[in-house]
Design a binder for this molecule. Structure first.
Ligand SMILES: NC(=O)C1=CN([C@@H]2O[C@H](COP(=O)(O)OP(=O)(O)OC[C@H]3O[C@@H](n4cnc5c(N)ncnc54)[C@H](O)[C@@H]3O)[C@@H](O)[C@H]2O)C=CC1
Ligand SMILES: C[N+](C)(C)CC(=O)CC(=O)[O-]
Length: 328
């Protein structure tokens, strides 16, 4: 479906983008705004919630110390954020649009059509969706060719990865343009050449999440056990090496081949229950109560600050603060 060529669907090349619009300014839209501001862009933002402006500024202010310690682009400032009264004002002069509205298919469909109508021709519009295929979201837009998925990870101002993919009616040039733009804006990009259910990282996370919920539901593990099992175990390795190379090392000098010979048969062992569990009230309450217990009196803001400090330490320790191709 897509070529790997980077062309410029609009009038601006990815390297020359200066103005970005963030539409939907909650956890993710706000995180994107903080990221783009730290990279020196002018950011316009719109969100229909009555308290959206102050909420967004609080989020950006909370992220700014972490971003400052990572290093701001020249000229980067929170003063370059403008919260607009209308969606149309937010995108009128935008050279790239990042949509981060609630995960509801009808809402995304209507919103992307509205964004397409209001955004200058050729400007690429990306959706932060966690899993909807763009093919299903682009059906109401007059020009679906410039609509792509740009799936971030929370918080977008610290976690480098963005997964980029188009829909059946997306122009390959828009996918290539978006991938290059995210790279210039300091992200690590995986570009998919066709739609994959759950993209890549969420498909993997979902498998883990389902198993975790099954274990809580059946009393096999507590919420604390599950979190510890990752933070004190595989999670430490995964920040350095992915699950494939990590397991290759499980084969010693024989590498992955020996690992497969040795442990391949255990793939068939009845360990997993990948059917989604029923998210009934009992399971829901157990997961929420377990997280409250694990927070041990720390507020969400405390936890966010703790997570941000930890992620920065990991990025520093693994030499990933300055990535190749990161020109801002
Ligand atoms: N929370 C997460 O960890 C991640 C979420 N995402 C995706 O990001 C998107 C946004 O999710 P969150 O920020 O978590 O949700 P959120 O609930 O924190 O924020 C959504 C924002 O959208 C606003 N909104 C409501 N109707 C709107 C409309 N018609 N147009 C524009 N904005 C509207 C709301 O007022 C709210 O501020 C979703 O597509 C989600 O799947 C992607 C990666 C991670
Ligand atoms: C919970 N979530 C499915 C919305 C998470 C993501 O989409 C990505 C992330 O931040 O892990």
């Amino acid at each position: 479906m897509h070529s790997s060529e980077t062309t410029t669907p609009g009038t601006t090349s990815p390297e020359n983008v200066r103005r970005v619009a963030c539409v939907g300014a909650g956890v993710i839209g706000g995180g994107w705004a903080a990221h783009f501001l730290a990279r020196g862009y002018d950011v316009t933002a719109w969100d229909p919630a009555p308290d959206a402006g102050p909420k967004l500024r609080r989020l950006v202010d909370a992220a700014w110390p972490a971003l400052t310690s990572l290093g701001l682009a020249e000229g980067a400032s929170t003063d370059r954020l403008t919260v607009t009264d209308t969606l149309e004002q937010a995108v009128a002069d935008a050279q790239f649009v990042q949509e981060s509205a609630p995960e509801k298919l009808d809402l995304k469909r209507d919103l992307l059509a509205r964004l397409d109508a209001a955004t200058p021709p050729g400007v690429v519009i990306a959706s932060s969706t966690s899993g909807y295929p763009m093919t299903d979201m682009q059906t109401a837009a007059a020009d679906p060719s410039r609509l792509v998925v740009g799936h971030p990870f929370n918080p977008p101002y610290l976690i480098p990865l963005v997964e980029v993919v188009g829909g059946e009616r997306t122009d390959a040039a828009a996918v290539a343009w978006a991938s290059r733009f995210y790279e210039v804006a300091g992200k690590s990009v995986i570009t998919m050449d066709h739609e994959v259910p759950g993209f890549i990282a969420n498909r993997l996370q979902e498998a883990l999440w389902r198993e975790a919920l099954h274990m809580v539901a059946s009393g096999e593990a507590t919420v604390r056990d599950i979190d510890l099992s990752i933070t004190e175990g595989p999670g430490l390795r995964w920040a350095v090496m992915g699950p494939m190379l990590t397991f290759a090392l499980a084969g010693g000098e024989g590498g992955m081949a020996h690992m497969l010979d040795h442990f391949g048969p255990s793939l068939k062992s009845p360990w997993t229950r990948l059917e989604a569990p029923e998210l009934d009230k009992e399971l829901y309450d157990a997961v929420v109560a377990g997280c409250d217990e694990a927070a041990d009196g720390r507020s969400i803001a405390d936890l966010v600050a703790e997570r941000d400090r930890g992620v920065i330490d990991v990025l520093r320790a693994t030499g990933r603060l300055h990535r190749e191709g990161d020109s801002r």
